[in-house]
Design a protein around this ligand. Sequence first.
Ligand SMILES: C[S@@+](CC[C@H](N)C(=O)[O-])C[C@H]1O[C@@H](n2cnc3c(N)ncnc32)[C@H](O)[C@@H]1O
Length: 295
Amino acid sequence: MVAQPLEELLLQDLLEESERTLTTSGVWSPRADAEALAAHVLGVPAGALDTGRAVPGDAVRELRALVARRAARIPLGHLTGRARLGGIEVTVTEDVFVPRFPTERLLAWGLSALAGTRAPVVVDLCTGSAALALALAHARPDAEVHAVDLDPAALACARGNAADRAAAGDTPVTVHAGDVGDPGLLAHLDGRADLVLANPPYVPVGTKLLPEWGEHHPRQAIFGGTDGLDVIRKVVGRAARLLRPGGALAIEHGDAQIDVLPVLLAASGAFDDAEGHRDQEDRPRYTTTFRKAVA
Ligand SMILES: C[S@@+](CC[C@H](N)C(=O)[O-])C[C@H]1O[C@@H](n2cnc3c(N)ncnc32)[C@H](O)[C@@H]1O
């Protein structure tokens, strides 16, 4: 049987059809996702879609296939293969965490903590695609930035992104394979880091999540043991060793962990009083502190 060629459709009609499909499947931002997927297929920036244009049949077919996958709750970033953080764009493969908008706040805090420090040493623990480390290096070309992850898929993605950003002119970031809990990890930087950032897995095992995170992300990027704090505890211990006296630490976490982080940090004996921060939606999202001069 010979496949019939698809007819052209007006982008406006196609977007409305896509939005309806995504709304029915429970996607929380159906119009924005429909536009992002259309822009991806048509090769234009999302803000530059001409809704009055005709979309050729092969592009209609491609967009409908992507919308069907998004309706199955595959994350948008896994469909476009791209994500933005801190003014840069990175590649995200389907087996790697898609950087999230709230992490912009953590990045901004980290950059403000480095104001006045020349040639800072920065470590991004649990780096995933390395978006956070690369955005930091983009904003601070004088920084020596190290990024760590234990997942081979994340490391491959991070190394690809690091090579791309270096080729684009940013200061190269060094990507390390390692477990944050390994006592020998980055031992050559002990006591030298000016800033440690971490967006670790922090969801308690068994938590019911939206399918985007519960089903379509690697488990080790999302879940942090029974109380969600397994990797956070390791981050606290590693940061205590890496940071110089006065060095800054910022850890992203879940809403309910805002009261636990200060307790963990205080128990380590290595940090000043912690401060909790909220994200753009006013949800508790990350905690910061500074390394004490003497533990
Ligand atoms: C929530 S994702 C964050 C990725 C990235 N920082 C971001 O914001 O887009 C957490 C990452 O931590 C990594 N990870 C989990 N446990 C780890 C450990 N013990 N040591 C190092 N990396 C770990 C996962 O592989 C995953 O890439």
